[in-house]
Design a protein around this ligand. Structure first.
Ligand SMILES: Nc1ncnc2c1ncn2[C@@H]1O[C@H](COP(=O)(O)OP(=O)(O)OP(=O)(O)O)[C@@H](O)[C@H]1O
Length: 235
């Protein structure tokens, strides 16, 4: 008998998460499945738990209540260092606050994931530096900025560096937390085109959190966290 591969790349079952020091949970998610190659738009009002959900999907936080499985790994069963390695190997994350390293240049920030992860580096099929430069070019980042420290860049330029860092090495999962909030119209369009182009080429799964309703139609599926999360009364 043929074995049928489970298309789910992310599976949450009965997940509740309470931030340390809080009396009540922020998230209560009975069930969530995201399939391999899916492009998912995640929305919901400020404070409803979108970033908290992403922190569980990436293993930045874990919970003893329920299970979070990503690429067949139960993240709650992995040690902190195993989760760090898992994240470096498989997930490109564009953080809301970018999380660029201020003492590194633009190029050094971009190639960082490939220094942490041999797997990511192995998935760069060209010279690493050249691949980084090509991606930066596609996002209109001026060549004169490549060797500057990221602190010398504008917020919109930093956001583009953070995006390229997430894309390098074609990770299976790209997670973007409001990645276009600091971009002007032209750079927003260039960013979305590059992002969709890259994830399609690599057949990656894309989770995209945004408050921008004009982007929603570009995605396969939309998830309103207010409808999924059983904890109400947020704002
Ligand atoms: N580090 C933390 N410690 C304690 N509580 C936190 C922490 N981070 C978030 N929270 C709480 O969890 C809830 C959800 O926050 P979260 O950042 O996940 O919302 P969000 O939907 O991503 O909001 P936004 O759209 O404004 O980014 C909020 O009530 C927030 O105060």
């Amino acid at each position: 008998m043929d074995t049928i591969k489970d298309p789910a790349i992310i599976k949450l079952e009965h997940v509740r998460y309470t931030w340390p020091g809080n009396d009540s949970p922020t998230l209560d998610i009975p069930h969530l499945t995201i399939n391999q190659g899916e492009h998912l738009f995640i929305k919901g009002p400020s404070g409803c738990g979108k970033s908290t959900l992403l922190s569980l999907l990436t293993g930045i936080n874990t919970t003893p209540e329920g299970s979070v499985k990503v690429l067949d790994n139960d993240l709650g069963q992995l040690s902190g260092s195993m989760r760090d390695k898992f994240r470096a190997d498989h997930i490109g994350y564009i953080f809301q606050q970018f999380n660029l390293l201020p003492y590194l240049s633009v190029i050094e920030n971009v190639i960082l994931p490939c220094q942490f992860s041999r797997q990511r580096k192995g998935q760069v099929f060209d010279d690493l530096q050249r691949s980084a430069e090509q991606l930066l070019d596609k996002l209109h980042l001026d060549q004169s900025l490549r060797n500057k420290s990221v602190v010398e860049l504008s917020i919109g330029q930093q956001q583009r560096v953070a995006a390229v860092r997430a894309l390098i090495g074609n990770p299976e999962i790209i997670i973007a937390d409001e990645p276009t909030s600091s971009l002007d119209y032209d750079n927003r369009t260039a960013f979305i085109e590059l992002l969709l182009d890259q994830v399609n080429q690599a057949n990656s799964t894309l989770l995209f959190v945004s408050h921008d309703p004009t982007l929603e139609p570009l995605f396969d599926r939309s998830l309103d966290l207010r409808e999924l999360n059983q904890i109400g009364g947020h704002v």
